[in-house]
Design a protein. Structure first.
Length: 100
């Protein structure tokens, strides 16, 4: 699999740096992609955060979200995906700096 980065060139919403997709190149998911990841600047300017695909819904007028990609047992399983996306974004930024 590999991560495709789509930069947020318009700066809206504030703090959103890019969107990311995971493209699968082998196995049962070959030829498919998982969309909906967002890369954000942390509020204090201290690093970056990745949001995962989610579906929003309302309960009594209150907006909530349901995570579409969740760990089965190990709650740290998402860290691997988060790190993979942040690494791909860092490589994207390096390539963009070299190109300009």
């Amino acid at each position: 699999m590999f991560v495709k980065i789509a930069p947020n060139d318009n700066g809206n919403p504030i703090g959103k740096l890019a969107d990311a997709e995971i493209h699968f190149t082998e196995g049962a998911l070959e030829g498919l992609k998982l969309i909906g990841f967002g890369i954000w600047e942390r509020r204090g300017g201290n690093g970056r955060n990745v949001t995962f695909p989610a579906r929003q819904y309302s309960v009594n007028g209150e907006r909530r979200s349901y995570a579409l990609l969740r760990p089965i047992a190990d709650v740290t399983a998402q860290d691997k995906v988060r790190d993979l996306i942040l690494q791909a974004f860092a490589e994207f930024e390096e390539q963009a700096a070299v190109s300009s």
